[in-house]
Design a protein around this ligand. Structure first.
Ligand code: NAD
Ligand code: AHE
Ligand code: ZN
Ligand code: ZN
Length: 379
């Protein structure tokens, strides 16, 4: 039966309130309006950021909402004026849009895009400032402009990357967030050079992708720091050469690293979202040139601090969103790199479940050894 132009009723995991179990509900998904695309989501993974917003600590977190932002699917229908994708195209929804027209997109200096950010930050679509999701007339907020914990979602056309139809969607869904973020933090934001010494704080998917990117860039040492020693074995496969569990040391972790590296690392990456670790990551950098990149997302009210002397003496503090990748242009390129076996994806998937098991999937995220859980949305 043709669904184009019709409201679709489908299953979605609804976050009614912060921290309360998600509820699988029948939700109504309105047809896409001008400049919008309705996508049948086939697979979605869970990222730490979903757990963060669900926790209620995200100042942009609005409830009730449909979370999820690391997914892949097939275009079901498009609204007026949409020219770059059509029904049947295989796509990855991108929370970081790329309109190619705004001040940000044209700057050549950033991957951030200003076209739809104001709407996605308040959980609505730009066209009419309303949601396309509802339950019996009661609207549900969108999340990050993606809301992939739904069998169907509506996104802005500037937030859709069209990918190779041959790519396995159950794998490349990961290219919607965590893996590109880690790789890009190294390649685009830090621009790590061959021979560099790198420290990675947090060895979840994002941190391991940093390690993978650093290895590809020719780093000579990649020091992995995590409080979960279960991560150490798996991290070797991603290029980590040395491991430190801060719990095994009495000294501040930055001092431990400075002592191990003749004055500090060339590059460090914070992939946790902990502001005190962000300070350690900066302060373990070498005087004169060490650069620290903040990747982790910290809660509302959290602030970073250090002695300004750390920067006066040449250390550089940076941050990255989606690893600096231009989403619509570069996600298809990352998919091609995966197809050519030039980047890992399968190796980050430790669990496969179905949408019904989404609460179990969030529980697994907090267990040792878990990287990405991929949910099949229609089985
Ligand atoms: N900037 C971006 O564009 C972007 C994109 C994706 C994710 N993120 C953020 O990156 C972070 C990592 O995401 P993820 O999905 O890999 O998360 P994750 O939960 O899978 O991994 C975090 C890792 O940090 C470790 N850890 C926790 N506290 C620690 C501590 N005090 N010291 C050392 N290790 C510690 C955990 O054991 C875990 O291995 C999150 O904050 C997420 O919100 C940011
Ligand atoms: N609403 C959050 C912002 C969180 C945040 O920084 N998000 C990252 C992506 S995390 C993906 O897992 C990001 O891209 N930020 C840039 C942007 O949101 O435009 C908060 O306010 O804490
Ligand atoms: Zn994410
Ligand atoms: Zn733009």
């Amino acid at each position: 039966m043709a669904t184009q132009g019709q409201v679709i009723t489908c299953k979605a995991a609804v976050a009614w309130e912060p921290n309360k179990p998600l509820v699988i509900e029948d939700v109504q998904v309105a047809p896409p309006q001008a400049g919008e695309v309705r996508i049948k989501i086939l697979f979605t993974a869970l990222c730490h950021t979903d757990a963060y917003t669900w926790s209620g600590k995200d100042p942009e977190g609005l409830f009730p909402c449909i979370l999820g932002h690391e997914a892949a699917g097939i275009v079901e229908s498009v609204g007026g004026g949409v020219t770059e994708v059509k029904p049947g195209d295989h796509v990855i929804p991108c929370y970081q849009a790329e309109c190619r027209e705004c001040k940000f997109c044209k700057s050549g200096k950033t991957n951030l895009c200003g076209k739809v950010r104001a709407a996605t930050g308040v959980g609505v679509m730009m066209n009419d400032r309303k949601s396309r999701f509802s339950i019996n007339g009661k609207p549900l907020y969108h999340f990050m402009g993606t809301s992939t914990f739904s069998q169907y979602t509506v996104v802005h056309d500037v937030s859709v990357a069209k990918i190779d139809v041959q790519a396995p969607l159950e794998k490349v869904c990961l290219l919607g967030c965590g893996v590109p973020t880690g790789l890009g933090a190294v390649w685009n934001t830090a621009k790590v050079e061959a021979g560099s010494i790198v420290a990675v704080f947090g060895l979840g998917t994002v941190g391991l992708a940093v390690a993978e990117g650093a290895k590809a860039a020719g780093a000579s040492r990649i020091i992995g720091i995590d409080i979960d020693s279960n991560k150490f074995d798996i991290a070797k496969n991603f290029g980590v050469t040395e491991f430190i569990n801060p719990k095994d040391h009495d000294k501040p972790i930055q001092q431990v690293i400075v002592d191990l590296t003749d004055g500090g690392v060339d590059y460090s990456f914070e992939c946790i979202g902990n502001v005190s670790v962000m300070r350690s990551a900066l302060e373990c950098c070498h005087k004169g040139w060490g650069t620290s990149v903040i990747v982790g997302v910290a809660a509302s009210g959290q602030e970073i601090s250090t002695r300004p002397f750390q920067l006066v003496t040449g250390r550089v503090w940076k941050g990255t969103a989606f690893g600096g990748f231009k989403s619509r242009s570069q996600v298809p390129w990352l998919v091609e790199k995966y197809m050519k076996k030039e980047i890992k994806v399968d190796e980050y998937i430790t669990h496969n479940l179905t949408l019904e098991d989404i609460n179990k999937a969030f529980d697994l995220m907090h267990e040792g050894g878990c990287l990405r859980v991929v949910l099949s949305m229609h089985s």
